[in-house]
Design a protein around this ligand. Structure first.
Ligand SMILES: Cc1cc2nc3c(=O)[nH]c(=O)nc-3n(C[C@H](O)[C@H](O)[C@H](O)COP(=O)(O)OP(=O)(O)OC[C@H]3O[C@@H](n4cnc5c(N)ncnc54)[C@H](O)[C@@H]3O)c2cc1C
Length: 504
């Protein structure tokens, strides 16, 4: 391919969508640069095996010690592979309530209400093979998931055929990014792009910073810690490095809060104080209960599971592990808490686990360069549970789920002693066991106030030819699962970019 018109940094969940749409719909020569390898279908495709193997395709990021969590550092897995985190995640395809997206528009971002975004989601799920269609039968359903759903119903929670988070007090099986029992990563967007040659992918290549000429983005510099080469882009650069790494890339390019950048010795290009702020995530806790039944994914059954999967594309290896869940909260509002079932847990030999996850956290954290090592890992401080309301909401969720666990459907399933929280006080339980449920967002927030980083068309404030388009632009996290959010953002960004670039 001759020199690219547009460079997309990060072939992640949103990046793959944008790259395809720009190359195909908009006719641009697009180069996607990805730090990790191409999507290794053989290893990540079988859901359960992929979930076990995923650490080999992940950035080893972690937080600074968390004050509210006993000084623990919290791990942040994140895909380092084409398809990004959608190549290593749990494949749940639940976008969350339309009202949560309407809030984005209401906070000063025209074009981001669900009326605008719903069609983007529809377009995404009609992408060949991306998502199992709502309502279709899962290829794998464990006995525990089914018993959990019956217990939810006995507790007065309404069962739906496809659980998306749209309503409170609903339970059901999740729709999945799967096709015939195989993971459907966003990497699929990069297959068969027409016309051929319009899109190229450079894997195993890390972008060190965006090259700026004055305030205009003109290309990228490659290399982890030191500059190794540059690639120019005639029409601009789209940063899609995810909520944990997009702020790092901007900050390394001199776009961010003046004080911390100067302190780290990074020459300032644009003083944008909000870059790296507004980090928030779905924090949660595990409720673990002994189970009399042997775990369906135990090693003794691996051979049978592998044969079942290889021959028929079904069985425990086709499971994403969290097959079913419920969204809880007052009627008429959007959900406060989500609970999902794990038919086995690595925390105890014979037990099941329910994850209780906070949907609308009040705590906000930040990401900044480490002044002692500006090109090393950034400092990531999510300030988990710093806000008392978050602690209260999580503990209320745990109490509610205890009432579900006590229902006859689960007693009949053979549940025994509660291991977590067990005898721990609420405070000790949170300190020792709360953590990330893997949905970090918000660090290059969209808006028009002094702390906003991108405008409603995802252009970085104060720059030309530079966009950010991934989960870092989220103003407030929706009560759903954020791969869907990233795909929606990718589709919407492609609309805006096509219009902006199409005029040139
Ligand atoms: C363990 C786990 C389970 C999850 N389960 C679910 C689930 O079931 N359902 C759901 O909806 N969500 C789930 N999520 C969250 C969801 O997958 C992510 O929120 C979403 O995929 C993020 O998309 P993104 O486009 O913002 O970033 P990513 O998909 O993370 O993409 C960023 C890409 O940029 C690349 N990159 C970064 N920096 C550079 C650089 N300097 N140079 C080149 N490339 C770079 C990265 O390697 C990566 O490929 C899960 C997350 C995790 C970690």
């Amino acid at each position: 391919m001759s020199a690219p018109q547009v460079i997309v940094v990060g072939a992640g969940t949103a990046g793959c969508v944008i790259a395809r749409r720009l190359a195909e719909g908009c006719g641009k020569r697009v180069l996607v640069i990805e730090s990790g390898p191409r999507y290794p279908g053989w290893a990540l495709q079988a859901p359960l095996a992929g979930l076990r193997l995923r650490r080999h395709w992940s950035w080893a990021l972690e937080s600074v010690p968390q004050q509210q969590l006993h000084g623990r550092r919290i791990a942040f897995p994140m895909g380092r592979v084409v398809g990004g985190t959608s190549s290593i995640n749990a494949m749940v395809a639940a976008a969350g309530p339309p009202a949560d997206y309407d809030l984005w528009a209401a906070s000063g971002n025209p074009g981001w209400s669900w009326a605008d975004l719903g069609p983007c989601w529809e377009r995404a799920v009609s992408q060949p093979g991306l998502a199992r269609l709502p309502g279709s039968e899962p290829t794998s359903k464990s006995a525990f998931s089914e018993a959990f759903l019956r217990a939810c119903q006995e507790d007065g929670i309404r069962r739906v055929s496809c659980l998306t988070g749209a309503e409170t007090e609903t339970c059901g099986p999740f729709p999945l990014f799967q096709e015939r029992g195989a993971r459907a990563s966003a990497a699929r967007y990069l297959a068969d792009v027409r016309p051929a040659g319009q899109l190229s992918i450079r894997a195993h290549t890390t972008v060190r910073r965006v090259l700026m000429e004055g305030r205009r983005a003109v290309g990228v510099e490659l290399g982890d810690r030191r500059a190794e080469a540059t690639i120019m882009a005639s029409e601009g650069v789209v940063v899609c490095a995810g909520a944990l790494l997009s702020p790092r890339l901007l900050q390394g390019s001199g776009i961010g809060p003046a004080g911390p950048l100067r302190a780290a010795g990074i020459p300032l290009c644009v003083d944008l104080p909000g870059v790296g702020l507004n980090l928030h995530d779905h924090a949660g806790v595990p409720v673990v209960v002994e189970s009399a039944l042997p775990a369906p994914g135990r090693p003794a059954l691996w051979l049978k599971a592998a044969l079942d999967y290889a021959l028929f594309g079904r069985g425990v290896m086709a499971s994403n592990c969290c097959e079913a869940g419920c969204f809880l909260g007052p009627a008429g509002a959007t959900p406060e808490v989500e609970v999902f079932s794990h038919f086995q847990t690595s925390r105890h030999r014979q037990a099941v686990e329910l994850a209780v996850v906070l949907m609308h956290p009040h705590s906000r954290g930040w990401i900044l360069p480490d002044r002692a090592d500006p090109w090393g890992p950034s400092l990531i401080d999510p300030r988990f549970l710093a806000d008392q309301r978050d602690r209260e909401a999580l503990l209320a969720g745990v109490e509610r789920i205890r009432s579900v666990i006590a229902k006859p459907a689960l007693r009949g399933f053979g549940l025994g002693k509660e291991i977590l929280p067990g005898s721990l006080s609420g405070d000790a339980f949170l300190r020792n066991h709360a953590g990330s449920y893997h949905h970090p967002v918000g660090t290059c927030r969209m808006g028009n106030d002094p702390l906003a980083v991108v405008d409603a068309r995802l252009r970085v404030h104060g720059t030309d030819n530079l966009w950010v388009a991934d989960n870092s632009v989220v103003p407030t996290i929706p009560a759903g699962h954020t791969a869907a959010t990233a795909i929606i953002i990718g589709e919407r960004a492609a609309d805006f970019l096509a219009a902006d670039l199409g005029r040139r």
